[in-house]
Design a protein around this ligand. Structure first.
Ligand SMILES: NC(=O)c1ccc[n+]([C@@H]2O[C@H](COP(=O)([O-])OP(=O)(O)OC[C@H]3O[C@@H](n4cnc5c(N)ncnc54)[C@H](O)[C@@H]3O)[C@@H](O)[C@H]2O)c1
Length: 429
């Protein structure tokens, strides 16, 4: 059980003054309303649905006596085969004095049976009653209903694509930390689940393209003749795009990368790929791309339509935080590609980068195969879960004290920015 910070007297009172915020303790007799909440300070619902700040997570009697309890549910979303903690990470947490409760069958999709979790020190039981519940996919309404008021939820919580989830968690008195919102700073690299899962998606996208292609990727010299290598174009060279470039290269394709962030050019070249320079630069804040203006967009479409026709494989990964995915491959560009060519569009979740994409499906248009797989990381559940579990464990570590009790620091940038059940502040991804 999590209680709010006792706001009267001593250190706590001075902290209230420093923060200049509103804080109310769980005693009905104490209320200290101060109107402004400094950006970054976090509100969550207390037992009585009163907003509290997450620095108020207190060591409770259950944590004192038994250690913080971490729950690992079985994922319920269709096709989701990943699990939020794997046995190796369970071992790390139980070694720190935490209790881990795993729902029976939680690891089955990732080929990790209950026995492996038990060997690692977990118990099999109801994970929803834990102090901290760790998940992969955003929770359903039913799952939110099962979370205990005052508990913490860690997972992909879709703060931008489905902001209602944050509101529902707040109403339920649950403190939500979204893996998507962890800042891309060096200290938080081990928690960066966007990157760990984008790596999986970039790799798998190339395998999918090779599978759907009517042509070889590598150059082949055989007694029956010589086959030219495939030309692969990767549009959008963030984490997934870089992995796609590296994987296509390993398969023997000639590779080219394109992005609107000019700083990516050197990274593309370092992977043995050509850099496609269209002369349009749109670096935005925090290392992300900004949305293009109408003029820039029209120019980009025209230039890309001309450039795309020479490629056998196009893999698109272009995203702009909080916006619909930009269209980079027009219907005219598809028409200009050789029959048998393949497009794998990784931006399907936000509409797709190709004008002819049907999210979640494989379609053939103008004899070009266009695939838009959703949730590719779930198709490689073992390694995707291992990487994700490490991200979750690192974030959890940040909230624990030496004795393994939940004591998150409300001034820690990583925690502040990833906590979505606070006053809206605009920058949560
Ligand atoms: N710890 C770290 O320091 C760390 C870790 C991972 C990523 N990052 C950085 O985070 C940033 C985002 O990476 P990501 O993989 O999440 O990106 P992302 O998934 O948001 O977008 C993918 C790529 O699409 C590109 N893009 C967007 N609009 C485009 C358009 N109209 N045309 C062409 N390309 C377009 C973006 O520039 C980006 O490279 C990058 O700067 C990356 O280097 C930093």
């Amino acid at each position: 059980m999590i209680r709010c910070r006792r706001a009267a007297g001593g250190n706590s009172a001075s902290k209230v003054a420093t923060y200049g915020t509103f804080l109310r303790c769980d005693s009905p007799s104490f209320t200290a309303p101060l109107p402004t909440c400094r950006p970054g300070h976090v509100w969550a619902s207390a037992l009585d649905a009163t907003p509290i700040m997450f620095d108020a997570l207190r060591v409770t009697s259950s944590q004192d006596q038994q250690g913080t309890r971490v729950g690992v549910p079985r994922e319920s979303r269709d096709g989701e085969r990943r699990v939020a903690l794997v046995p190796k990470m369970v071992e790390k947490l139980t070694g720190r004095g935490l209790q881990v409760v795993v729902e029976s069958g939680a690891g089955v999709g990732a080929l990790m049976p209950d026995e492996l979790f038990i060997e690692a020190g977990a118990t099999i039981g109801d994970p929803w009653d834990a102090d901290v519940v760790v998940k992969v996919a955003p929770p359903t309404d039913e799952e939110i209903g099962r979370l205990r008021r005052g508990s913490v939820l860690i997972g992909f919580l879709a703060p931008r694509s489905d902001p209602e989830i944050a509101g529902k968690l707040r109403d339920a008195g649950v403190i939500g930390f979204a893996m998507e919102s962890i800042p891309r700073i060096s200290r938080a690299q081990s928690m960066d689940a966007l990157s760990s899962q984008a790596n999986v998606a970039g790799y798998k996208a190339v395998l999918l393209a090779a599978n759907l292609s009517t042509r070889f990727f590598p150059m082949l010299t055989t007694a029956a003749g010589t086959v030219k290598p495939a030309n692969a174009l990767i549009l959008g060279v963030g984490v997934a795009g870089l992995q796609a470039l590296a994987t296509a290269k390993r398969l023997g394709a000639r590779t080219t990368g394109y992005d609107v962030r000019p700083e990516v050019a050197d990274q593309v070249r370092s992977l043995g790929a050509k850099w496609l320079d269209l002369g349009i630069e749109a670096a935005g804040e925090g290392g992300y791309a900004r949305e293009l203006s109408d003029d820039e967009r029209a120019e980009q479409k025209q230039r890309l339509t001309e450039a795309t026709s020479g490629f056998d494989v196009v893999i698109t990964t272009a995203l702009v935080p909080g916006r619909k995915a930009p269209i980079l491959v027009t219907a005219a560009a598809v028409k200009g590609m050789r029959p048998g060519s393949v497009i794998v569009d990784l931006a399907g979740e936000t509409g797709g980068n190709c004008e002819l994409t049907v999210p979640g499906e494989v379609v053939v248009r103008e004899d070009v195969t266009i695939a838009s797989p959703l949730n590719l990381p779930a198709t490689m559940p073992e390694h995707a879960s291992e990487l994700y579990a490490r991200n979750v464990q690192s974030l959890l570590e940040l909230m624990l004290d030496k004795e393994g009790r939940l004591t998150p620091d409300s001034d820690d940038e990583v925690l502040v920015r990833s906590c979505i059940t606070r006053e809206p502040e605009g920058d949560n991804r």
